[in-house]
Write a protein that binds this ligand. Structure first.
Ligand SMILES: CC(C)(COP(=O)(O)OP(=O)(O)OC[C@H]1O[C@@H](n2cnc3c(N)ncnc32)[C@H](O)[C@@H]1OP(=O)(O)O)[C@@H](O)C(=O)NCCC(=O)NCCS
Length: 190
């Protein structure tokens, strides 16, 4: 099935409500993506997207915006990383749209921003999202226990990364400016 990535338009509000108002989509996303999802929520979303121009794109299928994908460069000591977020209308699931959209946004992200890694942090129970990342050649790097809280319970988050797509940037980063730095995380929990 064909799709294209494009910038969001005010006229997309109706189609956002139509496709985003779905618990099966919302349950895997942050609380900024509510369920039920009404016109006011879509307006807030469109405004937030306009504040993040060049970072969030509509996924268009059959001339209609049916999903979203965004890339968010981080700051401070995380400035060489970008987080990726995405959702697609349930009507279009399992058509291989998101793996292709992810490949496009990864390519765009490495070309546009001065970053060396792009990551996603799906719930560990979100097998569909993990499969999509695997299809887009991301690698599972860590499982972060009790990292996320949703629907009344703490959940495990999978940290999944891509850093191999733009070899020139990785090499430049290693040779020119900084050495690669790994993070070891210690934690205690109950
Ligand atoms: C996850 C999502 C983006 C997938 O997009 P998509 O365009 O349907 O992706 P695909 O066409 O590759 O299909 C999903 C893949 O995951 C697999 N999959 C889906 N649900 C699965 C499950 N519960 N267990 C195992 N595999 C599953 C499918 O079989 C398919 O893999 P395959 O092509 O090898 O058969 C879409 O389902 C979605 O928007 N979900 C809700 C929001 C969300 O989870 N966003 C990501 C937050 S991190």
């Amino acid at each position: 099935m064909n799709h294209k990535l494009r910038t969001w338009k005010l006229s997309d509000i109706e189609s956002i409500v139509k496709h985003a108002n779905n618990y099966n989509v919302a349950k895997w996303l942050t609380n900024q993506f509510p369920y039920p999802y009404d016109k006011k929520d879509a307006e807030i979303y469109i405004n937030s997207v306009f504040d993040s121009l060049q970072k969030v794109f509509a996924i268009e299928v059959n001339d209609e915006a049916v999903g979203s994908i965004g890339i968010f460069p981080q700051s401070d000591i995380h400035e060489k990383s970008a987080e990726k977020g995405y959702w697609l209308s349930e009507k279009y699931w399992r058509n291989n749209i998101m793996p292709k959209a992810i490949a496009e946004i990864v390519d765009y992200g490495f070309k546009t921003f001065d970053i060396v890694c792009i990551y996603a942090r799906p719930f560990s129970s979100n097998k569909g999202s993990q499969r999509v990342l695997e299809k887009a050649e991301f690698k599972l790097e860590a499982r972060l226990k009790k990292a996320l809280y949703k629907n009344g319970e703490c959940q495990i988050s999978s940290l999944i990364k891509s850093s191999g797509t733009s070899l020139s940037k990785v090499t430049r980063f290693h040779k020119g400016v900084l050495k690669s730095v790994s993070v070891i995380s210690f934690y205690t929990s109950h």
